[in-house]
Design a protein around this ligand. Structure first.
Ligand code: IPD
Ligand code: CA
Ligand code: CA
Length: 280
């Protein structure tokens, strides 16, 4: 049995990268996150609208066998490619690394949509180095759209450069948001914000995948996105993709967004003051 899995390792990744500990192995990271997102996406496509095993996480939505299998597919590829990196994933305990690098993974963002057969979900993978996200990808497995950004190198969708919108007036904007799973005071606050912004924007959407909300903000489909009570894996890749597409990402206090902040506003820059005014 041991022998068998060793052979498998060699066949998939003949040369796990021995990188220097003082700088991120940028090109390997980019290659690996794309491979891992595609592998997870394949798992999700296979299970989509099939028979799922579904359970509820208290106050945190649903989880299915597809979430778990997609996460395992990502972890397998990433840990074989860069074995010193740690992991922060939605569905398992954090794993410390043996270098300053860490993967941040949401194997299925939009699980509720997935469970109901609504094709608005994705895989989100970010690479962090010394506490800073240096690369991220968001993969929509049904549309087969792959969003990618590396720090300082811009953002792309399926290899084509993307940019945030140039909408200046809030009354011409299409905004997007999400709501907490907790049916408590926070939900009431979120409803108020939804009402306020619906009153000033052209329209507000609630598609059900924070990572895709960010990807579409980066691509100029949405002019801005806001949400509270987010987890690092929901936004690590997307926040970088928006920034690299020319957008601005802060918390609700207007401070530059940092991983661990639960509130987030991402915009095309021009609309940021209007969003902050309504939300802070
Ligand atoms: C959720 C989605 C949703 C957002 C929630 C997230 P999940 O992630 O991104 O749009 O409103 O805050 O938790 O549970 O589908 O991975
Ligand atoms: Ca999520
Ligand atoms: Ca998830």
């Amino acid at each position: 049995m041991k022998q068998k899995s060793k052979k498998h390792v060699r066949r998939l990744h003949p040369h796990p990268v021995q990188h220097r500990a003082d700088q991120p192995p940028t090109s390997q990271i980019q290659e690996l996150i794309l491979d891992a997102a595609e592998a997870a996406g394949k798992v999700l496509r296979r299970h989509y609208r099939g028979k799922l095993r579904i359970s509820e996480k208290p106050g945190a939505g649903l989880v299915t066998n597809a979430d778990l299998e997609a996460e395992r597919a990502c972890v397998k590829i990433l840990s074989r490619g860069l074995p010193l990196f740690g992991f922060l994933t939605e569905e398992a305990e954090p794993q410390p690394g043996r270098c300053p690098g860490r993967w941040i993974i949401d194997p299925l963002d939009g699980t509720t949509n997935f469970v109901h057969g609504f094709p608005m979900f994705c895989v989100s993978i970010a690479a962090e180095w010394e506490g800073k996200v240096v690369a991220g990808t968001i993969y929509h497995p049904i549309l087969q759209e792959s969003y990618l950004a590396s720090q300082g190198k811009g953002a792309t969708r399926n290899g084509q450069k993307i940019h945030v919108s140039n909408t200046i007036k809030i009354e011409n904007s299409l905004l997007t948001t999400g709501f907490t799973y907790q049916k408590d005071k926070l939900l009431r606050t979120e409803m108020k914000a939804f009402q306020k912004l619906s009153g000033v924007a052209r329209a507000v959407r609630r598609p059900g995948s924070a990572a895709l909300d960010l990807a579409y903000t980066a691509a100029g489909v949405f002019d801005a996105f806001w949400e509270q009570n987010l987890s690092p894996w929901d936004v690590a890749a997307g926040a970088l993709i928006v920034q690299e597409a020319g957008g601005k990402v802060t918390n609700f206090n207007g401070e530059p967004f940092r991983l661990g902040d639960q509130s987030l506003i991402a915009s095309n820059q021009a609309l940021h003051p209007a969003l902050l005014k309504e939300l802070s």
